[in-house]
Design a protein around this ligand. Sequence first.
Ligand SMILES: Nc1ncnc2c1ncn2[C@@H]1O[C@H](COP(=O)(O)OP(=O)(O)OP(=O)(O)O)[C@@H](O)[C@H]1O
Ligand SMILES: [Mg+2]
Length: 585
Amino acid sequence: MPRRIHVLPDALANQIAAGEVVERPASVVKELVENALDAAATQIDIRIRNGGKTEIRVADDGCGMGRDDALLCFDRHATSKIAAAGDLNSVRTLGFRGEALPSIASVSRLTLETAEQGGVGTRVRVAAGRILGAEDCARQRGTSVTVRNLFLNVPARAKFMRSMAVETRAAMDAVQSLALAHLSTAFRVESNGRVLLDLPAAADLVSRAAALWGDDTAARFTAVAFESADATVAGLVERPDAALTGPRRVHLFLMGRPIRDRELVWAADRAYRTTVPHGARPSLLLYLGVPEGDVDVNVHPTKAEVRFRERIKVEAAVELAIREALGRVESAATLDRPAAPPVAPQIRLPGVPQPTPLPIDQLAFFVPAAHPADSAAGAATANVPADGAAETRPQTRLWQIHDMYILAETRSGLLIIDQHSAHERVLFQQLMRAFGNGGENSQRLLFPITLRLSASEYAVVESLTPLFDRAGFEIEPFGGRTVIVHSAPNPHPYFNPERCLREMVAELAAGSELTRAAHNQHERIAMTFACKGAIKAGQHLSHREIGELFEQLFATDLPYHDVHGRPTIVRLSLDELERRFGRHG
Ligand SMILES: Nc1ncnc2c1ncn2[C@@H]1O[C@H](COP(=O)(O)OP(=O)(O)OP(=O)(O)O)[C@@H](O)[C@H]1O
Ligand SMILES: [Mg+2]
């Protein structure tokens, strides 16, 4: 019987692999820059013409290759990065499949120039997968790869390339993403002779973010640093008060490798619950690490996706990490200028090669003048005087101004607290906790309240009666659309149960912005209760009440944000005061 199966010639096999690896010019840029990074380059120069459709050139000052390797690298499965199957578990390089160069070379005209330290340079030219020859060339240590006429022999692919602007954008995105994971490497991108990006080696992530997007954007972030047995999560996430509804920047890295993972982004978004308004899309730069063997990085041809052994645990770590960070962050607009950089540079990003540390005196410049934990810790242990006669020396002195704000003296300066916002956060947290342990305390009303409701309001009350009950509102139908309220919670002495309940029901029935930000009915009730039941602006408070509110606020997980995603606190540091009064530089 004649054989029907045959092995494909190498050139064809490479072209098929290229179908997966080389989707568009940006994929070539990504693969070549990854190779340069794997070669430990400190400076990478990227030049593209016509969005990369006409020409892509990536030059590096990495380790380079000798003549034999320069030829071998175009063989399929030729790699210097792994040798045995076990290596896949611990691979630290970006590449390992040994197919990028042969794939790219099979669908373009490619020139490679490379030299090792002190060696002679080699130039290899390849056209549509065929090696045309190798010759000596003059070159310093490093490698440059020039790719012309991409998809010259794959007309179907060529047709799918988009406009120059779109392809340029995609190439830039690929470089940006790698630049965020390789801080100590300098990157330069030129498009049609114009410099689009010029990134010096960065001392820390904040500096790199600032070099990419400007100081203002970098100042919108706060640092994440979390470690558990399951995962390490570090990086920068947008402060809740800075998060907008427009486009967001999301960069996820696993062991220094950019990955896509929708579910991890969802986990991050869950962490923002009740700190941002409905529809806000905070930007994220997250660097994950997991123990060796807990992840399979070889499940996707361009390695953009990975498979976690225990995905749930990684998602939980991401959520917890961000939640913790938001609990520390001063969402507040600080009155200090310039805005303190969000993070000390020493934050360890898993898998990201750390730049050599700067000398200590330079570091001091980057460290925020007053660490958020400083003021929070001072406040939490605050010993607040009870109605005038303070026996012990109070650590935190408090005042109410305009019946609206509370001023607190801290070790590093002054906090200005919005009493309504602060109490909102306190009530939200109290009620959510009460839902978990059987319900809020309530008081029997001396005079039951009768409420006449609209049809939609009645429907809300009817469907949520058990939850209202656990929130402390004992509600009973009274015929028609009327209900009677027998008991109500008593969160503070100025609380008006009728008004609170009416406003809650109206919000819930209208499906307001606030109720849409909640993720379930419990949160919906707790958020509306917090918003409507909290101490109002304009309410005069006794000294004791001020102290209680202050302590309760700092006992919550998220003292710096109210449930609308607005700040509860504005900080003014002593440094800033001294600066303004001209006491120092
Ligand atoms: N810029 C470079 N500097 C030094 N060596 C390089 C460079 N580019 C490629 N090489 C060498 O050529 C080999 C083949 O590169 P190629 O990109 O095809 O495969 P890889 O990086 O090993 O794996 P992957 O296909 O996953 O990218 C590399 O393993 C490396 O040894
Ligand atoms: Mg590679």
